[in-house]
Design a protein around this ligand. Structure first.
Ligand SMILES: [Zn+2]
Length: 282
């Protein structure tokens, strides 16, 4: 059985909300898509130079602290804006070096990517991260062990639950008999969902993904999931946005509307670390 947790919320609050940002910038076009032309690099440039400052301004207006998952490559390429994120008091999470797909890496390669990404975050002055998010939201069979060994306390990449934290278990797969779960990890999973991710819903990828869904549709889905979370005890709502996607004009206004909607209905806006520190297991 999955071991599920509950968030102990501040008095009067109904749901813990992390308005997290994956600050992928140019790394996503390199590590995930191998698209290195100046046009794709300009989309990453928009993320760092336009989208990220818009989010910093928005969070400052509402005095909200969040988790920014920064690949090492973003920290190395755009150090100034990353330092501004740190100076604003947000949590910095670890998110690979150049947005590598972990399932394509050997144990040694994956451990080395972790070392490189932590070194780059250290170089820009980030406190040692306690929250990990895998690029691609995928795990290799070695990922859980590597993040345990590197001292992480929280992970936010898996989908074994949607609105409650839980302890992830290694899984051995068999196609001719039952799969086997191992013992639960000490890492606390703050689960994600493709329905609470802006990228597939908004960004256009030539020949693949249309994106371009109207912002109001996305608001309706995100608000409806929040309304359900309010009916549960000790729920957490982990939203994943990208400055590249939700930093655009039509989206950033919708995000502001969502912040107001949630604030009026008992959201406790917090970083993954703050949420993690307030979780209990029965
Ligand atoms: Zn990412």
């Amino acid at each position: 059985m999955q071991k599920q947790g509950k968030v102990i919320l501040p008095k009067g609050k109904k749901v813990a909300v992390n308005l997290g940002l994956d600050f992928d910038a140019q790394s996503i076009w390199d590590g995930s898509y191998n698209l290195l032309s100046p046009a794709y690099m300009s989309r990453g440039e928009f993320c760092a130079e336009v989208g990220a400052p818009r989010f910093l301004k928005l969070f400052d207006k509402y005095q909200i602290k969040n988790t920014w998952f920064i690949p090492g490559h973003t920290a190395d390429t755009f150090p100034q804006i990353c330092k501004e994120v740190i100076a604003a008091g947000h949590e910095i999470g670890c998110h690979g070096y150049v947005h590598e797909n972990p399932t394509k890496l050997s144990y040694e390669q994956e451990a080395n990517v972790m070392k490189m990404s932590l070194a780059s975050l250290d170089k820009i002055g980030a406190p040692k991260p306690v929250t990990y998010r895998s690029p691609y939201w995928d795990f290799s069979p070695n990922t859980l062990e590597i993040i345990e060994k590197n001292g992480f306390l929280y992970d936010s990449s898996l989908m074994g639950n949607d609105l409650h934290p839980y302890l992830p278990r290694p899984v051995k797969t068999h196609s001719d008999r039952a799969n086997e779960f191992g013992e639960p990890s000490k890492i606390i999973e703050l689960p994600v969902s493709w329905f609470l991710d802006d990228f597939p819903q908004t960004e256009y990828l030539t020949g693949g993904q249309e994106g371009q869904r109207p912002a109001n549709d996305i608001f309706d889905r995100w608000a409806s999931i929040f309304d359900y979370a309010r009916t549960l005890e000790g729920a957490c709502y982990i939203l994943t946005m990208h400055p590249q996607a939700s930093g655009r004009a039509h989206m950033i206004q919708m995000v502001e509307r969502l912040i107001n909607y949630m604030a009026e209905r008992g959201a406790w806006f917090a970083t993954c670390k703050e949420i993690g520190e307030n979780i209990v297991f029965d």
